[in-house]
Design a protein around this ligand. Structure first.
Ligand SMILES: [Zn+2]
Ligand SMILES: [Zn+2]
Length: 109
């Protein structure tokens, strides 16, 4: 599968704390399947993912800011809790894409 952010780089299989993830060798972004990251995020911010505000940025593949789920052919939504967490989520398969460093930020809080 291709990276939701770079659009042309193939993701590489990797393992993070026993969870299988796809990592982009270019931007170091991480793609999680449904459910895999929810527990980590909900624990670190103390809120349910479904309660977080959803922000749609950009308008499709032309906008470099928006992530794109190649599995579903679907533009991902940016979910943001100001000052706490920001990530992209595919509303179709519930996969989560984190930019480089976002997971580390979360775990450090
Ligand atoms: Zn990438
Ligand atoms: Zn998807």
């Amino acid at each position: 599968m291709k990276c939701p952010k770079c659009w042309k780089t193939e993701m590489e299989k990797s393992t993070h704390k026993g969870i299988e993830i796809d990592r982009c060798p270019d931007c170091k972004g991480i793609y999680f399947d449904v459910g895999e990251l929810e527990a980590i995020i909900e624990k670190s911010i103390g809120a349910k993912i479904e309660d977080l505000p959803r922000i749609r940025i950009g308008s499709g593949k032309q906008d470099k800011k928006s992530a794109y789920c190649f599995r579903c052919d679907n533009e991902m939504s940016t979910i943001e809790e100001p000052g706490k967490v920001r990530f992209d989520m595919c509303e179709k398969c519930n996969a989560i894409f984190l930019d480089s460093g976002e997971l580390t930020d979360m775990q450090n809080k």
